[in-house]
Ligand binder design. Structure first.
Ligand code: ADP
Length: 448
């Protein structure tokens, strides 16, 4: 940039030199007067340009930079260039900020930038959802006013933040478990990161409950068997009647354990084979008939078991799975219906969909239990389930099998009057007994 001071300096130098040269010719008074007037004009010129600059500086945004004259022309031109550069970098910065904000919004986790005193500087939409924040409203607020849990405050203050803290939070979209971590950066800034771990937490609880339930289920028969063995070792070993009774009871308990392990294996198989079942052609009318015989055998003549096979449909599915699911429903009906009761197996089409139903007039189920019956180890009637050798896994298996066949399990029950369990399959699973024979193509003389 041209030296700004050189032009006014050369003007003043020129005026002074002119005055010195014309001094002997015009006399000192005249020369001094002219010099003063000329310097005054120069001064006024600068004052005028200064006032233009001042007026522009008062509101640099709205009005354009003044033109100026003389050396001020350079100053104003320089200001214009500066302004353009500033605009360009501002534009670049706002673009970068927009990109950063878009990236922040796309993050699957919550991010909050905390400034001095843990005040909220910025957060992404996920953080608004998880922590119940609103950036517009909460910018500048201390984060502890929003996340008020004492565990969070002490975590924020502690120096050891490498291990995340999991908290149950009420966010903008309901309650969830969020795993939070503080990452310090810069001078006193911190990054608060949050990840939704509700699903993992639930899985972990289910896993813990499952292990506790299995252990509990196995402990009872094991304790019984162990008790008998200890007694047999002792004094009663010589009493043949006692030995016989003990062996019978131990055998009952081992059968119970075997049933439990078998059901656990079935469930695990169903859970580990993802997606749909096999696509065998399953003869359901035949299966219903054989289940009727099984039910009669299980009931030992204590119930009236009937089968209404109203449809000849076969199903596309897994024969083993369907046999296990239908068998569980039938054995439940026998076990939860007092002697003299009626059990009915129905295979029919309803509104175009194939439906298998088992009806009984047994003990029924209180409405508060109905929604939870398919949970593993959930029992509405604990004592009856145990007395009749129930594992508490039957309906969980039924539900899995039904899902794997895209079926819908429905339970209607009336306490003291009976129950109806039905599985409705999609019409797309209907198949017929045999594929139509392909018509053999024989060449006739006319074809040639
Ligand atoms: P369980 O081995 O205990 O029978 P299930 O999963 O087969 O386990 O059934 C869960 C619970 O549902 C049972 O404990 C019982 O209380 C109830 N239940 C199932 N079927 C019937 C039924 N037909 N009538 C009355 N209660 C039933």
């Amino acid at each position: 940039m041209t030296r700004l001071w050189s032009r006014p300096l050369s003007t003043v130098t020129l005026l002074c030199t002119g005055a010195l040269i014309s001094w002997p010719i015009f006399g000192h008074i005249a020369v001094l007067c002219v010099l003063v007037v000329a310097l005054l004009i120069v001064l006024l010129h600068h004052i005028y340009n200064l006032s233009l600059l001042q007026a522009w500086l008062r509101d640099p945004g709205s009005s354009s930079v003044p033109q100026g004259s003389g050396s001020w022309e350079y100053i104003f031109a320089y200001l214009v260039r500066l302004l353009k550069r500033q605009h360009a970098s501002k534009f670049g910065l706002s673009k970068a900020l927009q990109r950063f904000e878009r990236a922040g919004a796309a993050l699957p986790d919550a991010v909050v930038l905390l400034g001095d005193n843990n005040r909220i500087v910025w957060c992404n939409p996920r953080a608004e959802t998880y922590f119940g924040l609103r950036l517009e409203r909460d910018r500048g607020t201390q984060v502890t006013y929003i996340l008020r849990q004492p565990q969070f405050s002490s975590y924020l203050q502690s120096r050891e933040t490498s291990n995340p803290l999991s908290l149950r939070l009420m966010g903008n979209a309901g309650e969830r478990v969020v795993s939070m971590q503080i990452v310090p950066y810069g001078n006193a800034q911190k990054l608060l990161l949050g990840r939704d771990v509700t699903h993992w937490e639930r899985l972990e609880t289910t896993r813990r409950d499952f292990i506790a339930n299995v252990s509990h289920e196995l402990r009872t028969p094991l304790t019984v068997v162990q008790g008998f063995l200890e007694t047999l070792e002792g004094t009663h070993a010589s009493d043949p009647q006692f030995v016989e009774r003990s062996i019978a009871l131990m055998s009952e308990q081992t059968q119970r354990m075997t049933r439990l392990v078998n059901d656990l294996l079935t469930l695990s198989r169903l859970e580990n084979t993802n997606g749909s079942s096999d696509e065998d052609k399953v003869n359901i009318p035949g299966l219903v008939e054989s289940l009727q015989h099984e039910a009669k055998a299980l009931s030992a003549g204590h119930h009236t078991v009937t089968a209404k096979i109203k449809s000849s449909d076969w199903l596309l599915g897994s024969i083993d799975e369907l046999q296990s699911a239908f068998g569980n429903l039938v054995s439940n009906a026998v076990r939860y219906t007092p002697p003299g009761g009626m059990i009915e197996l129905i295979w029919e089409r309803k509104e175009g969909n194939p439906v298998f139903t088992v009806k009984d007039n047994g003990i029924g189920i209180e409405p508060q239990h109905v929604g939870r019956l398919t949970e593993r180890f959930y029992r509405a009637d604990k004592s009856r389930s145990r007395e009749t050798g129930g594992t508490g896994l039957g309906l969980a298996i039924v539900k899995h099998v039904s899902n794997r066949h895209q079926g819908q399990l429905e339970v209607d029950s009336w306490p003291g009057k009976g129950s109806a369990f039905s599985i409705t399959f999609p019409a797309t699973r209907i198949t017929t007994a045999r594929e139509p024979e392909p018509i053999p193509v024989t060449a006739s003389p006319q074809d040639n």
